[in-house]
Ligand binder design. Sequence first.
Ligand SMILES: [Zn+2]
Length: 313
Amino acid sequence: MKLFWLFVSSCCCLVFLSLGVDAVELNYQLVPRQLSSDTYVFVGKTEDFSFENGGNIVNTAFVMTSAGVVVIDTGSSLRYGEQMRQAIAKITDKPIVQVINTHHHPDHFFGNQAFKDVKIAALPTAIEDMEREGGAFSDNMYRMTGDWMRGTEPLAATEKLTADSLNVGDHKFKLLVLQGHSHADLALLDEKTGVLFAGDLVFYNRTPTTPHADIAKWLDALKQLEQLKFTYLVVGHGEVLQDKRAIVQTREYLQWLDQSLKASAESGKDMAEVLQTPIPEKFAKMPLVNFEFSRSVVHLYPALELAVLKPAS
Ligand SMILES: [Zn+2]
């Protein structure tokens, strides 16, 4: 009998312990990094989604204007959005007046639910994609991050951004309508501070992801971004920089990916052979390069093979 109660009490201890650990673990520990007097960024980890990071792998930001706060991307879950909001409230008591999603991938808009009392804007095509793919993304995110997603339901942006600039209080954002990482990628240049928010068109020391990529259009978008003058470049994933290194790195990786896959298709390699392609030394240390390269082969190679097989007309 004694043994039985010992067993029961140790089980209870374990349950309480694990509840305690969960409560601690489900904190994203969002600490805003200040870029200018009124602009902050939350820099995520350069990892894939996991039970450990809960989806905190993305950069999000906020800008305090004279009319209130503008939030740029909302993270990967309701919980992320809520914790982002709490972190913003520690910096300013100004109301949040505008949320902008740079594109339709879940790590950039699944926190929208925490801002449902605010205007949430995105490019029209991005909104359509959020509505169409939100459910499938959600299943995937629950599978990859588990309990961090509790209560999260995809909430698409409702306000369509169709102009080429957006004024909020004393800030004017130039809106660059681009594509290539997804079907609709928005970059924003804050003309007051010179901070460029590039979304996932630019990665830094984190291998670019390609589930909806059109590499030719993406390279074109990078060309346009490179021509802009900026003080800081907030990339979608990776460190914030004050120069163009991230644009150059993203371009060089995408060019290599494109050229090596095209060369493989032309030489008739099958997918299993293409997966063995050696990664050039300059990219070999980029986090997740083997993983993302394999995913890119799956995303991009079938169309390249078809293009080679198509009889010349
Ligand atoms: Zn992303």
